[in-house]
Write a protein that binds this ligand. Structure first.
Ligand code: SF4
Ligand code: SF4
Length: 297
């Protein structure tokens, strides 16, 4: 568990968990549907008084919602018809009704953005490096993998494995990719691999990311850290991507999503364990079910 000092350093992040934006978003959506406005921007101009909804108090509702205006515009498809760009299904793989589809899409994007901020507020005080190191001897996994975008590769001073064999394999393929004769790739040092699915950094047992400061000052490239390192340990699972249900529409591939209405929280993370009650309440206020899951066994 976290120390008293660490808990107090997490206060801003916990306050954000206790005051999620989603109840306000749902209120704004109802007001939008019953208004004559075609877009959200003029509606926000009218939300200039403090409001309370679902037990959460918002001092400056318009200011807060403006931070999410680009996402709220998705909901404007209720009034401004647009060509389909995604497929939304329920858990029986039947089409979601249009309102539920747009509500889920907006919720997924808003919760993810909000949780990215909350994560950075909660992670730093923990002084934890779990996301940046390979498995230790107590864990069953042989390696951890951090997927990387092409543009992120130059940030990592590691050897690169990019061969016809690696490009035909995935990190979880059986038998595993072997290097230097018959040694599985994860028995080598930390390295970057170009797989069939793109680049990733592989951290074998007891290894660590080269950007982790050995003096304990955290990530040396924090402002430029990869996308995946910005992702929270609590994340929205309102929608789950299902590539096999993609559909072609007028020559374009429309990505398919299944509505799950869940909030996933990774139990390995110290702030998830410490603030599990606040995370549960956050899920309730966002109208999604919190699920706590252990990642590293
Ligand atoms: S880039 Fe930074 S945040 Fe990402 S794994 Fe390395 S040290 Fe950790
Ligand atoms: S496990 Fe949690 S606290 Fe630890 S580095 Fe990852 S996000 Fe931060």
């Amino acid at each position: 568990m976290l120390t008293g000092t660490q808990i107090s350093q997490c206060a801003v992040g916990v306050a954000s968990l206790q005051n999620p934006v989603m109840p306000l978003v749902r209120l704004a959506q109802m007001l939008y549907l019953t208004s004559t406005h075609a877009t959200f921007a003029p509606l926000l101009d009218e939300l200039n008084e403090p409001v309370e909804t679902n037990g959460v108090f918002y001092d400056d509702p318009a200011g807060l919602l403006r931070e999410y205006l680009d996402i709220l515009s998705i909901f404007e498809r209720c009034k401004i018809p647009a060509a389909p760009s995604r497929i939304f299904l329920n858990e029986d793989m039947q089409p979601l009704d249009p309102y539920a589809a747009l509500d889920s899409w907006v919720a997924q994007e808003i919760i993810n953005r909000e949780l990215e901020t909350i994560n950075s507020r909660l992670c730093a005080p923990c002084q934890c490096t779990l996301c940046c190191v390979g498995p230790d001897q107590s864990l069953n996994q042989d390696f951890f993998e951090i997927p990387l975008l092409d543009r992120e590769i130059p940030f990592f001073d590691l050897s690169r494995i990019d061969s016809p064999e690696s490009r035909q394999a995935t990190s979880l393929a059986e038998p595993p990719l072997c290097l230097d004769g018959d040694r599985p790739f994860y028995e080598k040092s930390a390295a970057l691999y170009h797989w069939q699915t793109g680049w990733s950094m592989v951290l074998p047992r007891d290894s660590y990311c080269p950007n982790l400061d050995p003096a304990g000052r955290g990530c040396k490239i924090y402002p430029q850290r990869p996308e995946v390192c910005r992702r929270p340990q609590i994340f929205s699972y309102v929608l789950e991507r299902h590539e096999e249900m993609d559909q072609l529409y007028e020559g374009e591939n429309l990505p398919a999503f299944v509505a799950r209405k869940k909030l996933l929280a990774i139990w390995d993370c110290p702030y998830v364990r410490q603030f599990q009650d606040d995370i549960g309440r956050y899920g309730q206020l966002c109208e999604i079910e919190p699920v706590f899951k252990k990642n590293k066994e």
